[in-house]
Design a protein around this ligand. Structure first.
Ligand code: CO8
Length: 258
């Protein structure tokens, strides 16, 4: 198992767990952490035994944004010519489903990282926000785009223009998170969700994720066509035969990713 400076990785069954680990900076994202995260995600993507990735932080912070101390001295030419954060969206590019277990602060890049994940499960202690406006900038990794699609213009404008934080209850009511659970139960609930996803046919979960994501990229009629194009080929898999046969025989399905 590779060891990293800024994250802790652990495999439990078919779930690859990544814990962000820069406690001195509330898991603020810097180039080193993103490089570690990317490498770990790519490793889990390549590992045939992994069916779902789970990303979490600490009790106090999922991630409190991009590292402000790192950005403090950066100027326009540094970020423009260096394409700063241009490739910080590796998690959004993962094909396998990704669950985020969020406790504490998920701010700026931390909120954006959570939004790159497919299922966000929040502790009742979670706080979401895009406070970049208070730093004289705007979100740069999806905070004006994914957030607006997730919670609509009214709330996205409110959060991005005032920089205020939203608690877990409001985040659930707004559609940003799938479930809110007591903080003490966060990892158990998130693990159970990840294990459930990982127990399905990987071909079906990858196809499902692809199809849901198509809804954010296209019109309804084109999205429906995309769904059908993804749906039909699954009838050619052994896992489809197994899933339906298991139902008829009243037994749990054993998928082989074939
Ligand atoms: N960057 C660097 N260090 C941080 C950050 C951060 N984003 N957040 C917290 N820290 C550090 C603090 O400086 C402090 O370190 P030290 O003890 O050495 O001074 C330590 O973490 C603990 O923090 P606090 O003492 O402030 O803890 P509090 O509990 O009092 O407050 C808060 C917690 C409210 C979360 C507070 O720390 C805070 O407001 N943090 C900044 C939040 C923020 O503005 N985030 C947005 C950053 S900009 C961004 O993400 C978008 C950039 C463009 C996209 C980049 C994509 C990743």
């Amino acid at each position: 198992m590779t060891t990293y400076e800024n994250i802790i990785v652990e495999t439990k069954g078919k779930v690859g767990i990544i814990r962000l680990n820069r406690p001195q900076a509330l898991n603020a994202l810097n180039a080193g952490l993103i490089a570690d995260l990317d490498k770990a995600v790519k490793g889990y993507e390549a590992d045939q035994n992994i069916g779902c990735i789970l990303i979490t932080g600490s009790e106090k912070a999922f991630a409190a944004g991009a590292d402000i101390k790192m950005m403090q001295s950066m100027g326009f030419t540094d970020v423009f010519l260096g394409n700063f954060i241009g490739d910080w969206d590796g998690v959004a590019r993962a094909r396998k489903p990704v669950v985020a277990a969020v406790a504490g602060f998920a701010l700026g890049g931390g909120c954006e990282l959570a939004m790159m994940c497919d299922i966000v499960i929040a502790a009742d202690s979670a706080k979401f926000g895009q406070p970049e406006i208070k730093l004289g900038v705007i979100p740069g990794l999806g905070g004006t785009q994914r957030l607006t699609r997730a919670i609509g213009k009214a709330k996205a404008m409110d959060l991005c223009l005032t920089g205020r934080m939203m608690d877990a209850k409001e985040a659930e009511a707004s559609g940003l998170v799938a479930r809110v659970v007591p903080a003490a139960e966060l990892m158990d609930v998130a693990m159970k969700a990840a294990e459930t996803v990982a127990s399905m046919s990987l071909m079906a979960t990858i196809a499902c994720k692809d199809s849901v994501n198509a809804a954010f990229e296209t019109t309804l009629s084109e999205g429906m066509r995309a769904e059908r194009r993804i749906f039909h080929p699954l009838f050619g898999t052994e896992d489809k035969m197994e899933g339906m046969t298991a139902f008829v025989e009243k037994r749990p399905a054993k998928f082989k990713n074939k």
